[in-house]
Design a binder for this molecule. Structure first.
Ligand SMILES: [Zn+2]
Length: 229
């Protein structure tokens, strides 16, 4: 077989796509011809460029994989952070709802009014206490057309303990009728207040009513509360 023919066949031979006959012929020739053997070796060895390109491809495939993995990791991290944030929001929301969001009136059964007395300027001083150790968040003023004023102490579902001595819930407070009448008028009630209650409803505790005889407040009270004017 001529070298030319063998060299034409070599690529096919290398790729194992030539006939058994051609194959045998090529092998027989290669045993004898060093030139064609070299030709074949060059053919079999991948070109350096190709090698580089293949390496590049592998490297970029690796890079892409690691990029995707990183992105996946970030996605997972972000998802985790989002879930954590949502859980935090729910916890904070529940906490705020329990401690701040909704305030409920204190059951009047738990409220007692004692030591009602009158300052020389007409204001009424009294002691209001709640029969537990929890703080009061606010005292809401409510009115009706019959001249009733209601002091409604409110607290959250969860309320911290009273800490300061004299904190509302166990403290002296004042009923200033002209001021309360002003509040009532501001809210559209034109009737003069004739009764003041703690809490609202059947169990409301009467604090004061018109015509009530009240003991005079002590000198100490007069000093503590000062003169209205
Ligand atoms: Zn040859």
């Amino acid at each position: 077989m001529k070298c030319e023919i063998v060299r034409d066949l070599l690529p096919l031979y290398c790729d194992n796509v030539c006939s058994a006959e051609s194959r045998a012929e090529v092998e027989a020739h290669l045993k004898e011809c060093a030139g064609c053997r070299r030709e074949m070796e060059e053919l079999r060895a991948p070109l350096p460029e190709e090698e580089l390109r293949a390496a590049d491809k592998e490297a970029s495939a690796l890079k892409r994989l690691s990029r995707e993995w990183e992105r996946g990791k970030w996605k997972a991290k972000l998802r985790g952070a989002a879930i954590a944030a949502a859980v935090c929001a729910v916890i904070v929301g529940a906490f705020l709802a329990a401690t701040q969001g909704f305030w409920f009136p204190v059951d009047p059964k738990n409220i007692s009014i004692t030591n009602v007395r009158q300052l020389s300027d007409g204001r009424v001083v009294y002691h209001m206490s709640v029969n537990d150790d929890k703080a009061i968040r606010e005292i809401r003023f409510e009115f009706d057309e019959e001249g009733n004023a209601y002091f409604v102490p409110k607290r959250a579902l969860y309320t911290e303990k009273r800490t300061l001595p004299g904190q509302t819930g166990d403290s002296d407070l004042i009923l200033d009728l002209p001021v309360m009448n002003g509040y009532a008028r501001d809210r559209g009630y034109d009737t003069e207040i004739t009764r003041a209650w703690y809490g609202r409803g059947e169990d409301a505790v009467l604090l004061w009513e018109e015509g009530m005889e009240l003991p005079r407040a002590s000198v100490e009270d007069e000093i503590n509360w000062g003169d209205r004017n």
